[in-house]
Design a protein around this ligand. Structure first.
Ligand code: ADP
Length: 547
């Protein structure tokens, strides 16, 4: 054995902050105000980051304390992303779209001491913190402090006034790269929200993967529109990748509807964008109504839910090609990215690769496990539950008494993703479904995702969610909740006819209902738990389209 001669060099967020401020005066973050862009450079961000850290220290924030944000994607949120972990505290990004009960539960569970809030949503937070006695300070950004009506026991501050006059340099503490930096709760699609705590090291390694060519391939010349919220798995790591690559981050703030998003794109002309499929579905509809050139986007990364192949085709036509990626709150989130392999030139073959969820990066190990606990072959057909492990995959969930590795979610050190997948011999993963969403009918399984994609390949369908509903004869059958472009097309028999040639007969859904919008979760995915409950409550006008 010989010893390595390399230096330790702790991988900390403070290093990213100082590196970006020193290296990239020409780039930074820019936030849409609804009519114009509000830019801030990396050196200016560095100044504010130090100032906020000083201000938080004066409020009593120390090592390991939780500072929450209740904010849109904007310049001030980026400052908090740098300041809180760099000073040794833990940034807790609160999801703005949680139910009041969930928000109160999470604020208490994480034991947040200070919350930074955008003025536009301060009244909402004021309701929640009445029930969270440990929150002592609220800092209001992007508007007057008076936007927050403080319940007793909470001191309110204005973000700008609080940091004004503080020194623009901070003597960042020595931090172990394995210490906690940021925490985020799962959106609770399939149960109670659970806390995941990222370390400085996991964020660093993940950022390197985001920037690398097999990840998102980002560099200094990119201008990246981060639509995916900073409260949803750290905006897929883009705020930290931005500091590493010195790229320009374009932030939509609260302007997330297709029309303002497109107005912002026309002004900022980003080269890259990231969001879940529902956002792009809205953008596509708007582009059809009011055409606009979006070919300045050299790439659009889409994940968080399965991307329908029809959407990939549509965005190719817009000149803004989609790259499909898979991940979870538990995986920081970059788990896999689909880039067709070397040597593939045939467009159909290339497309077949692009619709998969892609290959795992070197740091992420993956395996498929069947119901008996055996490993499933990577033959492109056999499916099993996907399990992953690696330096940016969580090994436990947060609890105030220490991390908890529930055997239902962890298996011999591997994370059980709850996704059923197959993997091809050359390592491309296809997600079949979430374990809980598979439809068990007459002893066979139907993938709700595959059925949705096939239904959405019909151009008259703008959205379609498929869930299992009870059936006396078959145990479960698929129920389709669809949105069509115009009312006259809400014809279940016709839609079923279109499907007939595309899926096996026994999969053809009988039950259909039409709505103007499919219910979505707090992060914009089809809310299948709610659809199942509403179906059980007879909330939908269900058509039986049996022939
Ligand atoms: P939550 O689990 O709270 O909904 P996450 O954002 O962590 O929030 O969700 C992760 C899950 O989203 C994955 O386990 C998977 O089921 C789904 N998912 C993410 N990306 C994709 C994708 N590209 N295709 C299919 N499903 C995806």
């Amino acid at each position: 054995m010989i010893a390595s001669t390399m230096q330790p060099g702790e991988l900390t967020i403070a290093r990213l902050v100082e590196y970006s401020r020193r290296t990239f005066p020409e780039t930074g973050v820019t936030t849409w105000t609804g009519s114009e862009l509000r830019p801030i450079s990396f050196p200016e961000l560095g100044d504010r980051t130090a100032q906020l850290a000083h201000a938080l220290a004066k409020l009593g924030i120390g090592r390991g304390d939780r500072v929450a944000t209740f904010m849109w994607n904007n310049n001030e949120h980026q400052v908090a992303y740098g300041a809180v972990p760099s000073m040794g505290a833990v940034l807790h990004t609160l999801n703005l779209r949680l139910s009041p009960e969930q928000a109160v539960y999470i604020i208490k569970h994480a034991d947040d001491k200070v919350i930074i809030v955008d003025a536009s949503i301060a009244p909402m937070l004021a309701q929640y913190v009445k029930a969270t006695p440990n929150v002592k300070h609220v800092i209001v950004a992007n508007g007057p402090a008076s936007a927050f009506e403080a319940p007793e026991g909470i001191t309110v501050h204005s973000f700008d006034e609080l940091i004004a006059g503080e020194p623009t340099v901070y003597d960042w503490p020595e931090i172990d790269e394995r210490d906690a930096a940021v925490m985020c709760y799962t959106s609770g699609t399939t149960g109670d929200p659970k806390g995941v705590v990222y370390s400085h090291r996991s964020i660093w390694l993940h950022s390197m993967q985001v920037c690398s060519a097999s990840g998102m391939g980002l560099g200094n010349k990119d201008s990246v529109l981060a639509i995916v919220p900073m409260f949803h798995v750290m905006s897929w790591g883009l705020p930290y990748a931005a500091m590493m690559a010195g790229l320009t981050l374009v932030m939509p703030d609260r302007f997330l509807q297709p029309e303002p998003l497109l107005a912002m794109m026309a002004a900022a002309r980003p080269t890259f964008a990231a969001a879940v499929p529902t956002i792009w579905q809205g953008v596509a509809a708007q582009l059809k109504a009011a055409p606009q050139d979006i070919s300045h986007l050299r790439e659009v990364v889409v994940g968080g839910a399965a991307v329908p192949p029809s959407m990939i085709k549509q965005f190719d036509e817009f000149g803004a090609p989609i790259t499909h990626a898979w991940g979870m709150t538990e995986t920081s989130p970059l788990g896999s990215v689909s880039r067709p392999p070397f040597g593939v030139e045939d467009p159909d073959q290339e497309f077949a690769y692009r619709v998969t969820q892609g290959r795992f990066p070197a740091a992420v190990q993956a395996r498929l496990i069947d119901d008996d606990g055996n490993e499933v072959a990577w033959d492109g057909e056999s499916a099993g539950e996907l399990e992953v492990r690696g330096p940016w995959i969580t090994g436990a969930y947060y609890s105030p008494d220490g991390p908890v590795s529930d055997p239902a979610k962890f298996h011999d050190g591997w994370l059980r993703t709850g996704d059923v997948a197959s993997i091809s011999p050359d390592g491309f993963m296809t997600i079949v479904d979430r374990t809980k969403d598979l439809i068990k009918t007459g002893g066979e399984w139907i993938s709700s995702v595959e059925l949705e994609n096939t239904i959405m390949s019909n151009p008259v369908v703008t959205e379609a969610a498929v869930v299992a509903v009870p059936d006396e004869k078959w145990d479960e059958r698929p129920f389709v909740l669809a949105v069509v472009a115009d009312e006259a097309q809400a014809d279940a028999a016709k839609l079923r006819e279109h499907l007939a040639g595309l899926v096996p007969r026994w999969q053809l859904p009988e039950r259909w209902a039409f709505v103007t919008e499919v219910p979505k979760t707090s992060v914009g995915k089809f809310d299948k738990k709610r659809i199942r409950a509403e179906y059980a409550d007879a909330a939908y006008d269900v058509v039986d389209a049996r022939d």
